[in-house]
Ligand binder design. Structure first.
Ligand SMILES: N[C@@H](CCC(=O)N[C@@H](CS)C(=O)NCC(=O)O)C(=O)O
Length: 275
């Protein structure tokens, strides 16, 4: 907690417009959910004036400036700590704010959450490649590709959410703790890591027929939570600014006659299915 004796460092998040972001949005959601103050600068690599400077090679990047009053003896020491990876950002914030439990406090739940986040961080390549993150856009129709590798990733994802929810509910019962319905009970880094995947399922009208009640309840918990709803509003706010447009993603199926391209309404509600 910030106080006179331990002033907080200040955070600046550099990200592509988060309405399309699959990595940076995780860091932003963690900052937002846990109410950690930060500044944000959005970039757009399709508009020359809005591309990130060369020293920001991959985004997201979190710059951590020393707390006011921290004395540095040279300009080099005054430069911010630069963290260019969403998982490393999440871990740093968890270390920096232990009282906020960015990871679950219980070691067993924490292990479940870490495994889930690690799987998302390094897996699901077919799903990610096929369906770029795009919060506002809605694509429907038989022309949306659903190759076997993507179907396998979707099945794996739904099974992972089911498995983690079942194991967490059991552990929370053993501990006598309230289950808030997130992957490991309370919202954690693990949930943030899957947030942009939820949009992918929504944007590309992915069938959820293989999902269990547990997996669907988790999806509903995410979609219906006020913080995630507020973030949704932020993505629509970005969409009203032409500087945020990545035409390449919005026009993905421009040449495909059996895909209808549109946008979601801001008050869309998850009712257990996407379509
Ligand atoms: N593992 C990284 C992946 C970041 C990533 O691939 N970022 C993309 C944008 S969403 C990027 O900057 N790509 C440009 C590049 O790799 O040069 C993370 O989690 O932060």
């Amino acid at each position: 907690m910030a106080n006179e004796n331990s002033p907080e460092p200040s955070y600046t998040l550099y990200v592509y417009y988060t309405r399309y972001s699959s990595w940076g949005v995780r860091a932003q959601l963690i900052l937002e959910y846990f109410n950690i103050p930060y500044k944000v600068q959005y970039f757009n690599y399709t508009i020359p004036a809005l591309t990130p400077p060369h020293e920001l090679t991959t985004l997201p990047v979190l710059d951590v400036s020393p707390a006011p009053g921290a004395i540095a003896s040279s300009s080099e020491e005054e430069s911010p700590l630069r963290i260019p990876d969403s998982l490393a950002i999440a871990e740093f914030l968890a270390d920096q704010h232990p009282e906020k439990n960015l990871w679950p406090a219980d070691p067993q739940l924490r292990a479940l959450a870490r495994v889930a986040a690690a799987q998302m961080h390094s897996g699901f390549a077919a799903l990610r490649d096929a369906y770029p993150s795009n919060f506002v856009s809605r694509f429907t129709g038989p022309g949306i590709p659903f190759p076997e590798a993507v179907a396998k990733d979707v099945a794996k994802l739904l099974a992972l959410w089911h498995r983690v929810r079942v194991a967490s509910s059991k552990r929370l019962r053993e501990l006598g703790e309230t289950d808030q319905g997130f992957l490991c009970g309370g919202f954690s880094i693990a949930d943030a890591f899957f947030w942009p995947v939820l949009w992918r399922l929504r944007s590309y009208n992915v069938p959820l027929a293989g999902s269990t009640d547990e997996a669907r309840k988790w999806m509903a918990t995410m979609w219906n939570h006020p913080v995630m709803k507020a973030q949704g509003k932020e993505y629509f706010r970005q969409a009203r600014d032409s500087q945020s447009h990545f035409g390449v993603y919005d026009d993905l199926f421009k040449a495909t006659s059996d895909v209808t391209s549109g946008t979601f309404s801001e008050d869309w509600v998850f009712d257990g299915d996407i379509a």
